[in-house]
Ligand binder design. Structure first.
Ligand code: 6PG
Length: 243
């Protein structure tokens, strides 16, 4: 199924749309299955969304939060994805502590990856089918912590990664497409001119998943949506408007 691409004026407007999508997805999952399983992304793009969700009508006691990836830095490090979401959102909503499934980034990367894979399996073997996976994309085409040159044939749900990107933490842990593509819905939030050329390659270029890991994301039985701001989508004709 082709992805849905929506382009918004700017990041605040994109974030409003993402918040509305989050609210609707949560409502539907809770109505149908009694809980909402969501994997958050790291980076700077989702911060505005996280802040908007503080006052959103979400049944937080029925929400379980996971992460698509994590940097192997302590939870008091500003580069820690869990800490970013905790400070902007989770500390301000009535989500039970047991519903927050952070990646144990204080462990060595390989141990953290094994521990997170075990936690996913313990929650729902072999891994949960997420109702919503939120992702970002780097200007190099990476997503989560799947970077250009990363092996593309992982048979594990979680991997440890060493990657150099914009001076951010190098040691990481990441979900692999095995888990991400099992989700009911995957949504990319992409903002900024620096990503516009890569977006054209990812969405309209030839298939090259080793160089453009974002191309590895195509849910096997779920929806894929790209929410862009005009700066990121500036080189891209609208592929398809969602209804
Ligand atoms: C991470 C993210 C990563 C991020 C992109 C985009 O841990 O760094 O999961 O995949 O989404 O690097 O980051 P920005 O939103 O800061 O551009």
């Amino acid at each position: 199924m082709n992805p849905t691409v929506q382009i918004f004026k700017d990041l605040p407007t994109l974030s409003q749309a993402a918040a509305q999508l989050f609210i609707v997805s949560a409502e539907q999952a809770i109505a149908e299955r009694g809980r909402f399983l969501v994997a958050l992304s790291g980076g700077s793009t989702p911060t505005a969304l996280h802040r908007l969700l503080v006052d959103a009508p979400v049944d937080w006691p029925r929400v379980h939060v996971f992460w698509g990836d994590e940097r192997c830095v302590p939870v008091d490090d500003p580069g820690n994805n869990y800490a970013q979401a905790r400070d902007a959102l989770l500390a301000h909503v009535p989500i039970p502590a047991d519903n927050i499934h952070r990646i144990p980034a204080e462990l060595e990367p390989d141990s953290a990856a094994r521990a997170y894979a075990a936690a996913l399996s313990g929650f729902h073997a072999p891994w949960p089918r997420f109702d919503l996976v939120l992702l970002g994309m780097g200007d190099d085409g990476h997503t989560a912590s799947l970077f250009p040159g990363s092996p593309v044939d992982e048979d594990q749900p979680v991997i440890a990664v060493t990657a150099h990107y914009q001076g951010r933490p190098v040691q990481r842990v990441s979900l692999t497409p095995l888990v991400i593509n099992a989700a009911r819905q995957v949504v990319f939030l992409v903002s900024g001119q620096s990503k516009s050329a890569t977006l054209v390659r990812v969405l309209k270029g030839n298939s090259n998943p080793k160089k453009l890991p974002a191309q590895r994301i195509h849910p096997s039985d779920g929806n894929l949506t790209w929410l862009l701001d005009e700066a990121a989508g500036s080189n891209l004709e609208l592929l398809e408007t969602s209804s």
